[in-house]
Unconditional design. Structure first.
Length: 469
């Protein structure tokens, strides 16, 4: 393969010449110097290929054919002594010392700078008060406990003086009265959304619309590919006589691509008014939108989605996308456009050409869970406007991937370039063992980045201290 000499080298930079010589002749080895992304069949790889700065670009036409599923459940091992995540040159990852958190997941920054952290499997939400640029909390308290798998956290109304903290349980949404600086809940929770099915994908995220009039709630599917769903809606589920085709009538009366039976109101983004009323379905066919946020430039709602399993190592791609009101993203009948899932062969042919293709595709079985845009000025200028995404990793792949934090790249108008870049790696220790599974990501008031992982239950503060040579 011919080596393309980058412009920096042609200008006579001795540093760049050394870097190119060190990276060798392979495309993968020179990516960080040239800033080029792996594309097509070379865009993925395994944990062995992960390193801060490595870029990836996947397109819908790169989607591999369906293949035999493989399995590779990771064993959670203790974090090796002295081991820290790897971050780009000039950045430092520091372990946050906490005492009460066991399996931290979602982390959100309150307007006053406090960090709210969901200890999902233990039914509690904690507050970390960070001060003076330290990774040691000044205060650590339990804000609320006795919750049911709490995950998403949102403050309302938007702005510097919220009056409520909303928390998504697996079966609904509650809210607590809140004043800036509260370290514990001052009253009992008000249950505003009820009867959301809690089985299987239980992570519910929360985001308010920019004008504060709508609360978005993500609800994952109740299964991998809806094989337990009735072939068609029963006539008693809809206002139709017995001789009317159930699917046709369902499609006439429900949002595009809406599922039924055990999957009704699942694999969706829903919205409510701030009191939990006026339910609407925003978008359908999102198998598990585990993380949501607002894009700062465009004010669009974005989510990261875990796609389905058992179609092979590299199919289908995971994705991040802005959520189009009224759109259908494919699950369970299609994926990444009109690619039919063979387990739903022949079903819903009417939807084949109506599947919205996501904005940015990511390697299959990476399991993206949370997303946060970076709008501070502490990191280098090139980071402003990009989005950090945590990848939890999956059992459904022979060569381990995910288990890292990546950065999605956007242009100045807020449009994704289609590329993403490894930012925080080093959580995998072998082909069978991992010590960290990233979940939560939040940008703190001082511009530092906080990342949670629920393998060993650690939290990391990432700061920028300038380039080293």
């Amino acid at each position: 393969m011919a080596v393309v000499i980058p412009p920096l080298v042609r200008s006579g930079s001795s540093f760049a010449l050394v870097a190119v010589a060190a990276c060798g002749l392979s495309l993968g080895g020179c990516e960080r110097v040239r800033g080029q992304a792996r594309q097509g069949a070379t865009a993925g790889g395994s944990w062995h290929d992960d390193r801060p700065g490595a870029r990836h670009r996947l397109r819908a036409q790169d989607l591999p054919a369906i293949s035999k599923p493989t399995y590779g459940m990771a064993e959670i091992v203790e974090r090796p002594s002295g081991t820290e995540p790897r971050v780009p040159d000039g950045f430092v990852a520091t372990l946050v010392t906490t005492s009460g958190l066991r399996k931290p997941r979602v982390i959100r920054a309150a307007p006053n700078g406090d960090l709210f952290v969901a200890d999902t499997m233990f039914g509690s939400v904690h507050v970390l008060r960070m001060r003076g640029g330290s990774a040691t909390p000044e205060r650590e308290t339990v804000f609320a406990d006795g919750l049911r798998q709490p995950y998403g956290i949102a403050f309302y109304p938007l702005g510097p003086d919220p009056q409520w903290v909303y928390i998504a349980n697996s079966d609904g949404v509650v809210r607590f009265r809140y004043t800036n600086g509260d370290l514990t809940a001052t009253g009992t929770p008000e249950r505003i959304v009820e009867r959301i099915p809690a089985a299987h994908h239980y992570a519910r995220d929360l985001v308010f619309s920019p004008d504060g009039t709508r609360l978005f709630v993500s609800v994952g599917s109740g299964s991998n590919v809806a094989l337990d769903m009735f072939p068609e809606p029963h006539w008693t589920m809809i206002p139709a006589p017995r001789n009317v085709d159930g699917v046709t009538e369902w499609a006439r009366t429900k949002p595009l691509g809406a599922a039924w039976d055990t999957e009704e109101l699942r694999a969706d983004v829903l919205s409510f008014d701030p009191t939990g009323g006026d339910l609407k379905i925003v978008a359908t066919g999102l198998r598990n939108c585990a993380g949501m946020t607002l894009q700062p430039v465009t004010a669009q709602l974005w989510c990261v989605v875990n796609e389905r399993d058992d179609l092979g190592d590299d199919t289908p791609f995971e994705y991040a996308t802005h959520v189009v009101d009224g759109a259908f993203y494919g699950w369970p009948w299609y994926f990444i456009g009109g690619h039919a899932d063979p387990r739903q062969a022949g079903a819903r042919a009417d939807l084949k050409d109506q599947v919205t293709v996501p904005d940015l595709l990511m390697q299959a079985h990476s399991a993206p869970l949370q997303i946060a845009f970076y709008e501070r000025s502490t990191f280098p200028a090139g980071y402003r406007g990009s989005a950090f995404v945590t990848m939890h990793g999956s059992w459904n792949r022979s060569q381990r991937t995910g288990y890292k934090v990546v950065r999605l790249l956007f242009d100045a108008s807020g449009t994704p370039t289609g590329e993403y870049e490894d930012f925080m790696t080093g959580f995998v220790v072998s082909d069978t063992g991992v010590w960290g599974r990233p979940v939560g990501v939040a940008v703190a008031k001082d511009g530092s980045l906080f990342v949670t992982e629920d393998g060993n239950g650690t939290i990391w503060r990432v700061t920028y201290q300038g380039h080293t040579t």
